[in-house]
Unconditional design. Structure first.
Length: 74
C-alpha cells in the first residue's frame, strides 16, 4: 500500500519538461549551423563569427541547465 502512495505522489509531481525547451534546442542547432557556415566561408566576417560563438555558448549553457533540470539535479 505504501508503494502505491509513493507512486501516486510521484505521478502528481509536475513535469519538468516545458514546450519551450524544444525551441531552445532548435535555436541551438540553428546557431551552430550558422557558426560553422561562417567559419567555412571564404570571406570571414569576424564580428559575425564572434557574435555567433557567444550566442552558441549561451545556448549550450541553457541546454546544459535544462537537461540538469529534466534529470532533477537542480
Amino acid at each position: 500500500m505504501i508503494y502505491l502512495a509513493e507512486e501516486a505522489a510521484a505521478a502528481s509531481e509536475p513535469s519538468k519538461f516545458d514546450t519551450f525547451d524544444v525551441f531552445i534546442i532548435v535555436f541551438t542547432i540553428i546557431i551552430a549551423i550558422g557558426v560553422f557556415r561562417s567559419l567555412g566561408a571564404r570571406e570571414k566576417n569576424k564580428f559575425a563569427i564572434a557574435v555567433g560563438v557567444v550566442s552558441l555558448l549561451v545556448f549550450l549553457f541553457l541546454d546544459f541547465v535544462m537537461v540538469k533540470n529534466w534529470l532533477g539535479l537542480l
